[in-house]
Design a protein around this ligand. Structure first.
Ligand code: AHG
Ligand code: MN
Ligand code: MN
Length: 331
């Protein structure tokens, strides 16, 4: 039935990597505890600060960031960390080989409404070529050696991959451990459910406008079937739904704010989620290119995201092939 943590039993996963992952999980248990305490922990609400991306930081964004960063650096197994809430990379042990990038609290606008949030992480190795600072992290998604998320929902779950499929674990508070609850997550190839922030509709490029219009026209439209829509405003819980029961999740480029044509970050949101989605048999693209093939140029770089059930993502990408993009270049 249920088995104690994952990677401890996995072949081919080096012990030091297991220790790094277990450290992330120790931080996640503490974050889970604080989230479940809610107002009782005195950590709801915003700070007066903004992160480097101009977003107001929630108190729990900061707390989660500190917990994960400090615990990882204390292991001496981590060469450097990069976080949504850190302007620059933070260096650890010069002799260590692991690099960890993370979004300490994803969907943090949900904190104060007692909605689901998550932590996203990805682990890379120090590159062979000489690199320092942020250059260390400018690796394609294909170079990830492990990635996953912790979903803080009605139950706290870990979903992760080391490149050999996707497993899911549920935090058992009675023993304080993540127990294996799904041996192999696989995304159904087809779906009748999509996730997108519809309020951005007028700012999308033409291919996305046409694709969504065809989904909305349902059984009377060219797709000849009805579609349902869901949006939790936290990528972790939206993608978790896709991994669990199928779907297509999109945060495409838009022209709402010309300084910020895309919302989601490549390094610690799009790449780890793409790794999971592909390992579960799904597809992940910007609309024009496979996300995990992109060569990053900055640790906080943003990217257009379309991911989920393979055949549905392919349907969507068909619109990018056939409809000229008049308002943007390829994002
Ligand atoms: P974060 O809280 O880490 O900044 O990420 C929020 C992201 C992502 O989780 C979610 O899919 C999206 O922002 C929600 O955006 P909207 O506010 O446009 O719904
Ligand atoms: Mn996020
Ligand atoms: Mn975040």
């Amino acid at each position: 039935m249920q088995r104690l943590i994952p990677v401890l039993n996995s072949d081919h996963v080096p012990l030091h990597l297991i220790s790094v992952i277990n450290t992330l999980l120790t931080a996640a248990k503490e974050i889970s505890h604080r989230l479940h305490q809610g107002s009782l922990a005195g950590t709801l609400g915003s700070t007066l600060d903004e992160n480097i991306q101009g977003e107001t930081q929630k108190k729990l964004d900061i707390v989660s960031n500190q917990l994960i960063k400090n615990m990882l650096l204390e292991t001496n197994l981590v060469h450097a960390v990069a976080s949504e809430e850190e302007d620059d990379v933070v260096m650890g042990n010069p002799d260590a080989k692991y690099l960890v990038a993370f979004d300490p609290l994803d969907g943090s606008s949900n904190i104060d409404i007692n909605g689901s949030v998550g932590t996203i992480f990805t682990i890379l190795e120090k590159p062979d070529h000489a690199a320092e600072g942020k250059e260390l992290f400018l690796q394609t998604g294909d170079e990830q050696i492990a990635a996953g998320y912790i979903l803080y929902g009605p139950s706290t779950m870990l979903v992760m991959t080391t490149g050999k499929g996707v497993r899911a674990y549920t935090l058992d508070h009675t023993v304080g451990e993540f127990l294996l609850t799904v041996e192999k997550l696989e995304i159904p190839k087809t779906t009748q459910e999509f996730a997108i922030n519809m309020s951005n509709q007028r700012f999308w490029a033409e291919p996305m406008k046409h694709y969504i219009a065809d989904l909305l026209s349902g059984s009377e439209g060219p797709r000849a079937k009805n579609f349902n829509m869901r949006w939790n405003a936290a990528m972790v819980s939206d993608v978790h739904r896709v991994l669990t029961r199928s779907g297509i999740f999109m945060y495409p480029a838009d022209c709402k704010n010309s300084d910020k044509p895309c919302k989601l970050r490549l390094l610690y949101e799009a790449n780890p989620m793409s790794f999971l989605v592909e390992q579960a048999g799904g597809r992940s693209s910007t609309g024009y290119e496979r996300i995990m093939s992109l060569q990053p140029t900055d640790i906080h770089q943003r990217v257009s995201v379309i991911m989920g059930s393979k055949e549905e993502v392919d349907e969507c990408l068909g619109y990018y092939k056939k409809i000229p993009c008049t308002r943007f270049d390829s994002p």
